[in-house]
Design a protein around this ligand. Structure first.
Ligand SMILES: *Cc1c(COP(=O)(O)O)cnc(C)c1O
Length: 417
């Protein structure tokens, strides 16, 4: 027990000082490169790019310029006093909903598109589930003049039609995937297959902090701008750091992005909120860390939802962006070493938190982000008077078709007689 604690502390220190992931792409026991031999050339090329190009001054300057003038960074840090009064807390939002295309995904989209260009790629392939990453990838590729192909499961093409149109308007070709489960998981399989067939000319632009090494590291580095900004803004605007930070966790990119700058601040509690869906049985939620077991999916070893026969489970969440059976390996390590607590919020809790945020602050959050709000509210109840930072990963305009199926919860009472 005592030895375990020492090991865990050493792993956390290594993560903080940048010596993890190691050269095999391991975050402690998690991560790695579980890819076929045919993909190793492509993965190694990318690793070199992440090691040599990404940190270079020239690349960082280009990235910063695009983040500032095209994405709209830095995004605001907004105090939420009316929500804070209701919750008995000092509440702040980090506003990724204000970023171009409406969510944090664009930080990763433009960053990887720039890397693709720097590595000499002639075309980009991406996968998308709900379409948010596909839109970010399509926009970034249009910005840089790179042809973009987005793989999307047939089921998602049907239920996310407006985003399919958006991607096509932005110049991307959208390919409907009819194999496998015809959702995000099969779309990732197809994108990887495309990449294998042309590892020199094609760049695979992955949408979250998942996949084989170096993707979890690359995506975290591109999203870490969220936490760097938020930490500085909290100190500048509020004079001190938050007591707790909350973010929703799908694949884990916005959460790792906001957490990373706070890992060394041991007094700052970190909470990842997964989708509790409509029940605790397999298939009713996407609470990968809370309810999963370790396994391999999409090239890395991490927590995963699968049944006793080893079959990956279908997941459910009212928010399409959290609907993924895996999670990034860095989160699995943060859970193992106890630096981040992972909890769940149900569909109903997220919907209620969304309404409360709309009414109290005039901000319509994405259904994904509403899970972070619900988790924060629950914590505020038990810990009165604390300062809370919430990662507002995206805006909820995209969710209007889903929201129209749910009546406003009682938080939203019509004022006019
Ligand atoms: C895609 C998405 C998420 C979930 O993805 P992560 O990689 O876990 O961040 C969360 N919020 C919004 C608004 C999204 O679009």
């Amino acid at each position: 027990m005592h030895e375990d604690a020492n090991d865990h502390e050493a792993l956390l220190e290594a993560l903080i000082d940048g010596s993890l992931p190691d050269e095999r792409g391991r975050f402690g026991p998690f991560g790695g490169q579980y890819v076929p031999e045919t993909l190793m050339t492509a993965v190694n090329r990318l690793s070199e790019g992440v090691r040599d190009v990404l940190p270079s001054a020239a690349f960082q300057q280009r990235l910063e310029a695009e983040l500032k003038s095209w994405v709209g960074r830095p995004t605001a840090l907004t105090a939420a006093p009316r929500l804070g009064e209701r919750w008995g807390a000092d509440v702040w939002f980090k506003r990724e909903d204000l970023a171009h295309t409406g969510a944090h995904k664009i930080n990763n989209g433009i960053g990887q598109a720039l890397l693709a260009q720097a590595l000499g790629a002639k075309r980009v392939v991406a996968e998308t589930g709900a379409g948010q990453h596909g839109v970010a990838a399509a926009a970034a590729c249009a910005r840089l003049g790179l042809p973009c192909v987005v793989y999307m499961g047939e089921v998602d093409v049907e239920r996310q039609a407006p985003n399919v149109d958006r991607m096509r308007r932005l110049g991307a070709s959208v390919i409907s995937v009819t194999s496998g489960d015809r959702t995000l998981r099969s779309a990732i399989d197809e994108a990887i297959r495309d990449w294998v067939s042309d590892p020199e000319g094609t760049y695979y632009l992955i949408g979250s902090a998942i996949g084989p090494h170096p993707y979890p590291l690359l995506v975290r580095e591109l999203q870490a701008v969220i936490g760097r900004e938020a930490r500085a803004q909290m100190l500048e605007k509020g004079g001190k750091l938050p007591d707790a930070v909350f973010a929703c966790v799908g694949g884990g990119s916005n959460a790792i992005g906001i957490f990373h700058a706070f890992l060394a601040d041991r007094d700052v509690a970190l909470f990842g909120i997964e989708a509790g869906g409509c029940g605790s049985a397999l298939g009713q939620h996407s609470a990968t860390i809370a309810a999963g077991r370790p396994g391999v999916l999409h090239g890395n070893y991490s927590m995963l939802l699968y049944d006793d026969d080893g079959q990956i489970q279908e997941t459910h969440s009212v928010s399409a962006g959290l609907d993924y059976p895996g999670v990034g390996p860095e989160h699995s390590l943060l859970k193992l070493v106890g630096r981040v607590d992972y909890e769940t919020a149900s569909d109903a809790e997220a919907l209620a938190a969304l309404d409360e945020c709309c009414e109290a602050e005039g901000i319509l959050p994405a259904l994904e982000s509403a899970h972070a709000l619900a988790g924060a509210k629950r914590w505020a109840d038990k810990n009165p008077g604390r300062r809370i930072l919430i990662g507002m990963s995206g805006r909820g305009d995209k969710d209007m078709p889903i929201l129209s199926r749910f009546p406003r919860s009682e938080a939203g009472v019509d004022v006019a007689a």
